[in-house]
Ligand binder design. Structure first.
Ligand code: E4P
Length: 220
């Protein structure tokens, strides 16, 4: 399963990249705003800075919600770097835009997906990635992971190429369950990725190994 980090924070992207397990980055307008990035020039500069850090795909979301606007914005974003994936919302004009970009060979990420029907449409329109938001579904007492299972089944039934990008991942259990289900990608915060490496028996075991080594080597 590919690991994407869901942030526009350059330090966190660098930290994940340095760990050696990062396959890409997803951003959204809220994450960009959180970093204080505003104005077209700064937004473009920031996407370029992210692309300079990571080896993999970088999702950049369009702001327009009409077909022509999404095409214009998406083409500008895609021209910035070959790593850019144009992130398109799951709305009617968005589906048309997915189809357009797919016919042009431009990578897309269909975002704000909350149902299997939406995921099916995104695949039929040729999306490179589909982003079901599991955490936000959990927030309203729907099982987000169940949606990943449903989409996996549908995509496997028809061998759709669209990759399932489990989004709105909140913690390490989400990551593990997505891996069990067979999600192609997950995108989550750095904290959820780092939580995977923690185990109290690892910490206490290492402390014992080091203490035993120190004892055996004391006075030598
Ligand atoms: C997806 O690409 C979104 O950026 C994201 O995962 C949203 O997550 P949130 O629900 O934690 O805001």
């Amino acid at each position: 399963m590919k690991f994407f980090i869901d942030t526009a924070n350059l330090d966190q992207i660098r930290e994940a990249q340095d760990l050696g397990v990062l396959d890409g980055v997803t951003t959204n307008p809220s994450l960009m705003a959180k970093e204080g990035i505003s104005g077209k020039e700064n937004v473009i500069k920031h996407y370029k800075a992210i692309c300079d850090i990571v080896d993999g795909d970088v999702s950049a979301e369009v702001i327009a919600t009409d077909y022509e606007g999404m095409i214009r914005e998406g083409e500008e974003l895609a021209a910035l770097d070959s790593k850019i994936v144009v992130k398109i919302p799951m709305i009617k004009d968005g589906v048309k835009a997915l189809k357009y970009f797919s016919s042009k060979g431009i990578k897309t990420n269909c975002t704000l997906v909350f149902s299997a029907g939406q995921a099916l449409l995104a695949a039929k329109a040729g999306a490179t990635y589909v982003s079901p938001f599991i955490g936000r579904l959990d927030d309203i007492s729907f099982d987000g992971l169940e949606l990943i299972e449903q989409i996996r089944l549908i995509y496997d039934n028809y061998q759709y190429d669209t990759q399932i990008l489990a989004a709105s991942v909140r913690h390490s259990m989400h990551i593990l369950k997505c891996a069990e289900i067979g999600s192609d990608v997950m995108t989550g915060p750095l904290s959820a990725i780092l939580a995977l490496l923690k185990h109290p028996l690892t910490d206490s075991g290492l402390a014992t190994f080091l203490a035993d080594h120190a004892k055996a080597n004391s006075g030598k």
